[in-house]
Design a protein. Structure first.
Length: 116
């Protein structure tokens, strides 16, 4: 499998995951209203709420991990006396991590704000 095919598969999986999370949040909002009128739905709502909370915790952990990587790369670039090629590679990796972090923050904000 070449790199382009792998990247395409990763993109498809990420899109499916986002669709699934969006669907779950929408269902949570619907259940939140419905469970107020029907006590039998309380258990289903609690299950969705638990999944929602789990997603939020995962996203926050990912964000913290990526911020740690960015800080590590910055420290390494400042202290490690890197060659030009190593410095370019570190800058490239830092840029990629920052882009992923930005997307993660946006995704987390979308999920949280949609629920409120």
């Amino acid at each position: 499998m070449d790199l382009g095919d792998r990247d395409q598969q990763i993109f498809i999986i990420q899109a499916a995951l986002k669709d699934n999370q969006d669907h779950m949040v929408n269902k949570l909002l619907q259940l939140e209203e419905a469970q107020k009128r029907n006590n039998l739905l309380r258990t289903v709502y609690d299950d969705y709420k638990h999944y929602y909370d789990h997603i939020i915790k995962q996203k926050q952990y990912q964000r913290q991990s990526m911020e740690g990587l960015v800080n590590y790369l910055e420290k390494m670039m400042l202290e490690a006396g890197l060659t030009d090629n190593m410095l370019k590679r570190a800058n490239y990796e830092q840029k990629n991590i920052l882009e992923e972090l930005s997307g993660l923050r946006k995704n987390l904000n979308d999920i949280v704000h949609r629920h409120r």
